[in-house]
Design a protein around this ligand. Sequence first.
Ligand code: ACO
Length: 273
Amino acid sequence: MAEAQARQRGGYTEDVSAERLAEIGLRFEVDGEIATITLDRPEKRNAQTFATWSALARIGEDLPEQVRVVVVKGEGPSFSAGIDLRMFTPEGVPGQGSFSSAAKSDGAGFEQRIRQAQAGFLWLRRPEIVSIAAVQGHAIGAGFQLALACDLRIVADNVRFCMKEPALGLVPDLTGTKPLVELVGLAKAIDICLTARTVHADEAMRIGLAERVVAGGDLDKAVQDKIAELLSTNRDAAVATKRLLQGAQARTLEEQSVAEGLEQAARIKALFG
Ligand code: ACO
């Protein structure tokens, strides 16, 4: 059964049966228009591996069409302590290699592997959904980038964001650099990444990393409240509006006005045609 559900893509077997997700340290639940992805390896502070990212990509590919909101959360005290540090050891993560084995492979192969990992993050920005990261405790490296991959971040007052990669000789490569710059500006992004310092809740709120800060015990309720607000608008209008907002920065005002007109004409046709 598990094998029947497995798919071979680019050298990875992505099996998103509940049992396989549990092995990887993930849970995935769909309740009507709401999907919830839970990083579920609290004893290892929800450290992530290439298997985590392959599974996320596959969840994104197979997301049921009715889903409008995707919540990404972490079990336990930390949202995620980032990449599994076993990747830095010669032994690596069983079945997934290590950075030393990657260094010995040809460059194109590892670049391809990174692209596959990034696919696990990129789908969270699709116009058809709104993604919310519910973040408590540490969100380090890949954990920070997973939170950045989401449209909105609702955080607990004990949140600790840290872009640790440059301290470890790496760059943030899990799609986090662009949203970080867009959210906080280039100077602050340079400050946060190149010092690998910790950003606490009050600063996260002030610089636009977080939409809302709540006491830890209120995080689930705050997310539920936001979901209710998001689901109160018209689905097709929400999708078209997100598309417009996402394209706004790359367009001139004139081009954006044209895009608004086109989307509105389609809305009017759908509503009154
Ligand atoms: N990978 C693998 N295991 C981890 C990781 C990780 N990234 N982070 C924590 N763990 C494990 C610990 O080894 C420990 O395991 P053990 O109980 O078998 O000894 C367990 O999780 C609990 O960790 P503690 O350090 O005891 O937990 P604490 O709550 O005190 O601290 C913290 C949490 C701050 C997140 C700390 O664990 C930490 O600094 N982790 C490493 C963070 C890191 O450098 N990540 C890489 C970022 S770069 C990137 O993601 C690309």
